[in-house]
Write a protein that binds this ligand. Structure first.
Ligand SMILES: [Zn+2]
Length: 95
């Protein structure tokens, strides 16, 4: 039997991908950086690569970011402030 020439046995992953454990360990910081309009992907390129693979961690990321945005809207509405970024500043040195 002849194998197709361009068929790879496994899907390629981004070599920068840090994997689930490392991505989950800093996901809250990554979301805080995004909420503050900072360069989360530039600071954590391995996490960005992992999330770009659209696996279960990306679902967790979307949920965490959605919760962050919801909270920022509530705080902003209550204070009557104009939103800055998502309205919530990141916690520094939170590792
Ligand atoms: Zn993962």
């Amino acid at each position: 039997m002849r194998e197709p020439e361009n068929l790879e046995p496994f899907p390629r992953t981004d070599p920068r991908d840090v994997g689930c454990d490392e991505a989950m360990a800093v996901l809250h910081i990554y979301v805080d950086l995004m909420a503050a309009d900072e360069d989360a992907a530039g600071r954590y390129p391995g996490v960005a690569a992992h999330l770009a693979a659209y696996g279960p961690c990306d679902v967790d990321f979307a949920g965490l970011l959605g919760g962050h945005q919801w909270l920022a809207r509530r705080i902003t509405r209550r204070r009557g402030d104009r939103p800055r970024g998502l309205g919530v500043r990141p916690v520094r040195n939170a590792v």
